[in-house]
Design a binder for this molecule. Structure first.
Ligand SMILES: [Zn+2]
Length: 185
C-alpha cells in the first residue's frame, strides 16, 4: 500500500502548470518511481491546490484519474523530444493533448484575459492539456529542461541558465553526496 501523497511546495518546482503536472511521479528515471497520484483524492487535492478546481470541489472519478495519467504520459512524450532524439514532437502526442482539451472543452471557460476556470475535473485536465500545447508552441528560450537525476521537468530561469536539478534540496544534494562518495572512497 503506497502512502497517500501530501502535496508540498517542493512538488511545484517546474515554473509551469503542465510541467508540474508531468512531475507527479516520484522520479522518471533512471527507472520509473511510484506514482504520486495515488488515488482520486490526491489528484483532487492537486487540482484544487493549483486552483484549477474551486476549493471543496471533489469531482475526480476513477475515469478522470485514468485520464490524468494518460495526459501525463502525453506530456512526457512532448517534452522528452530532445532526450528521445526526435527533431519534431510526435504528432500522436500532440493529437492526444488536443483530444484531451477538446473532449472537455465544454467543462471549462476561457476569459478574455487568458485565465481559465473549470467546473469539474475533466475541465481542469483540459486546462492542463491546453497549457502543455501552449508551452510546446512557445517554449522558453533555453527550452524545457529535465533534472539530470530524476527526470522532473523545469524551466530554467536561473541567471546563468545552468540549473541541472529539479531542486538543490533533493537531487542537487544527492548528486553532491554521490560525487563526494566517488571522490572519497
Ligand atoms: Zn531531480
Amino acid at each position: 500500500m503506497i502512502a497517500t501523497t501530501e502535496w508540498v511546495e517542493d512538488h511545484f518546482i517546474a515554473g509551469n502548470l503542465a510541467l508540474d503536472f508531468a512531475n507527479t511521479v516520484y522520479r522518471r528515471w533512471p527507472e520509473p518511481g511510484p506514482d504520486l497520484f495515488t488515488d482520486t483524492e490526491t489528484l483532487n487535492i492537486w487540482l484544487t491546490h493549483t486552483r484549477l478546481l474551486p476549493d471543496g470541489e471533489s469531482s475526480v472519478t476513477e475515469a478522470a484519474l485514468e485520464e490524468a495519467r494518460a495526459l501525463r504520459a502525453l506530456l512526457w512524450t512532448v517534452f522528452d523530444v530532445p532526450k528521445d532524439g526526435h527533431t519534431t514532437i510526435p504528432a500522436e502526442a500532440l493529437a492526444g493533448l488536443l483530444d484531451t482539451a477538446r473532449r472537455s472543452i465544454a467543462n471549462l471557460a476561457v476569459h478574455p484575459d487568458g485565465s481559465t476556470t473549470s467546473n469539474d475535473a475533466r475541465g481542469a485536465l483540459a486546462i492542463v492539456a491546453l497549457s502543455g500545447i501552449t508551452l510546446a508552441l512557445n517554449p522558453p528560450p533555453q527550452g524545457v529542461r529535465a533534472c539530470d537525476r530524476c527526470g522532473w521537468f523545469f524551466i530554467d530561469s536561473s541567471r546563468g541558465r545552468r540549473r541541472r536539478w529539479c531542486s538543490m534540496k533533493t537531487c542537487g544534494n544527492q548528486a553532491k553526496a554521490a560525487r563526494y562518495r566517488t571522490t572519497h572512497p
